[in-house]
Design a protein around this ligand. Structure first.
Ligand SMILES: Cc1ncc(COP(=O)(O)O)c(C=O)c1O
Length: 461
């Protein structure tokens, strides 16, 4: 990391005593006089750092290799690079982004099990050796394009606890592993370890225990074939934020630490990494969208009385949607501005409301039948914890531009970032910094995913 100025990171300092929420309020006030009420993000890089320190404090044995696909914005990856994480890259474009930050190739894993030969050659040319595979055809390609690769066998694991499934598309079934390892041996390839992914947005840490036990089985199997494995990659899947009584990162950490100590104790010398994606940027991003349209429908239900009492359904149309920020985002909650006001005041009437996006696609629906107070066109809605798989997957469908992001950081956290960067991964120094950091800082509390989320979990991404 050569450059260390806010300009190079692409953020501006939060002024003393100003919060992200204040900044959003100010921006909305400034926009209220104009017609240009475009949706926008504010992203707090200090939050990424807070998440990193939480990781270091809770799972110190596991080195995070951030999954770039989750949010490849330069200020995010630059911050993580300065903090000293590794990176999980899915393509030569991501590898280029990360190596261009000055990150050493040893801090990169090419963790896409299916790789185009030109991307493999890019990895070989840039000294990126660690890569995953789960099938024989991939082994043949790797032998042709990247003979010095350090291979990691990705196994399929149970993904039933996760909102986004992975194991149908990715991962070798356990029974195919002996043949795959023998084929790798015939091809003269070096297989250094095992990886898995329990599925994204995992709701139950037990998934990791089972998967780590399976990985240990493959280590033992590999030893009988002649590979002494030294590398374990426990994938992604961690929550991007805690949900009271539902999701708690510390519980994931406890479960993972116990499983690692049981199956891969420190004495084995196995290097352990992970590929967290949503864990890092989720809470950093807050999205403000403007209500650009509204239609009130009347729903006549079977228990309507003859006096004509009918249920009102309010449809809001906002200037973002599933073709932009909400393609892969699970709806949790929205807040209506003025921001100090949560979605309804005590005693205020709420109505089942549907929030639609701005495109002409009939499926462009963010959430259905969600209780909201009556809101006027022109007001704003705020969505918290929007940093994962949001802006990165946005398209320009119907010609709409993606929301712009303003990156900020508090000066005190900037100083801390420099200290962490200077520590260069020294665990003792990092733990000392963790002790003094406020890692349980106030963050908007999220209720669980709403029942009416449009797809109730998805296959793959
Ligand atoms: C190979 C791989 N690793 C890591 C991740 C990150 O997962 P998560 O955001 O759930 O942590 C993904 C997500 O798609 C992935 O495909």
């Amino acid at each position: 990391m050569s450059t260390f100025t806010p300009e190079d990171f692409g953020f501006t300092f939060l002024k003393d005593g100003t919060s992200v929420q204040d900044l959003i309020d100010q921006r909305i006030k400034a926009l209220s006089a104009s017609d240009a009420k475009d949706a926008f993000y504010v992203a707090d890089l200090g939050e990424v750092m807070r998440r990193y320190l939480l990781w270091v404090r809770e799972i110190p044995r596991v080195t995070p290799f951030y999954a770039v696909k989750c949010n490849e914005s330069r200020p995010i990856v630059k911050t993580l690079a300065a903090l000293g994480t590794g990176f999980d890259c899915a393509s030569k474009y991501e590898m280029h982004l990360i190596t261009s930050l000055g990150v050493d190739p040893s801090r990169i894993i090419y963790a896409n099990t299916i790789k185009q030969p030109s991307h493999l050659k890019y990895a070989a040319a840039h000294g990126i050796q660690k890569m995953t595979f789960d099938n024989e055809a991939e082994l043949v390609k790797i032998a042709q394009c990247c003979e010095n690769a350090k291979l990691v066998l990705r196994i399929a694991v149970d993904d039933k606890y996760s909102m986004f499934k992975m194991s149908t598309k990715f991962g070798a079934k356990l029974e195919t592993c002996p043949a795959l390892l023998k084929r790798a041996q015939e091809l003269g390839l070096d297989v250094i370890g095992v990886s898995f992914h329990v599925g994204s947005y995992c709701m139950n840490p037990v998934a990791y225990t089972e998967a780590i036990a399976n990985a240990k089985g493959i280590f033992d199997l590999a030893a009988t074939i002649g590979y002494k494995m030294t590398f374990l990659d426990i994938g992604g899947g961690y929550p991007g934020f805690d949900i009271p009584n539902v999701l708690n990162f510390k519980k994931f950490a406890v479960e993972i630490n116990l499983a690692l100590d049981k199956y891969f104790p420190v004495s084995t010398g196995v290097q352990i990494i992970s590929e967290p994606g949503r864990f890092f940027p989720s809470t950093a991003y807050t999205l403000a969208v403007n209500i650009i349209g509204k239609r009130v429908d009347i729903k006549k239900s079977s228990d309507d009385k003859d006096d004509g009492a009918k249920e009102k359904i309010v449809n809001y149309f906002v200037n973002d949607g599933i073709h932009s920020s909400f393609r892969l985002v699970i709806f949790h909650d929205t807040y209506v501005l003025p921001s100090a006001q949560k979605k309804s005041k005590p005693g205020e009437c709420v109505y089942p409301s549907t929030i639609y996006g701005q495109t002409c696609d009939g499926h462009d629906l963010i959430v259905e039948e969600y209780n909201l107070p009556d809101i006027q066109v022109g007001k704003w809605m705020i969505f918290y914890h929007m940093g994962a798989y949001s802006i990165t997957t946005a398209t320009n469908f119907n010609g709409f531009p993606k929301p712009k992001t303003k990156f900020v950081m508090a000066p005190v956290l900037w100083q801390q970032l420099q200290k962490i960067s200077a520590a260069k991964g020294d665990q003792a120094q990092l733990q000392a910094i963790c002790l003094n950091a406020d890692l349980d800082a106030d963050c908007p509390v999220m209720p669980g995913p709403t029942r009416k989320w449009r797809a109730k979990g998805r296959e793959g991404k």
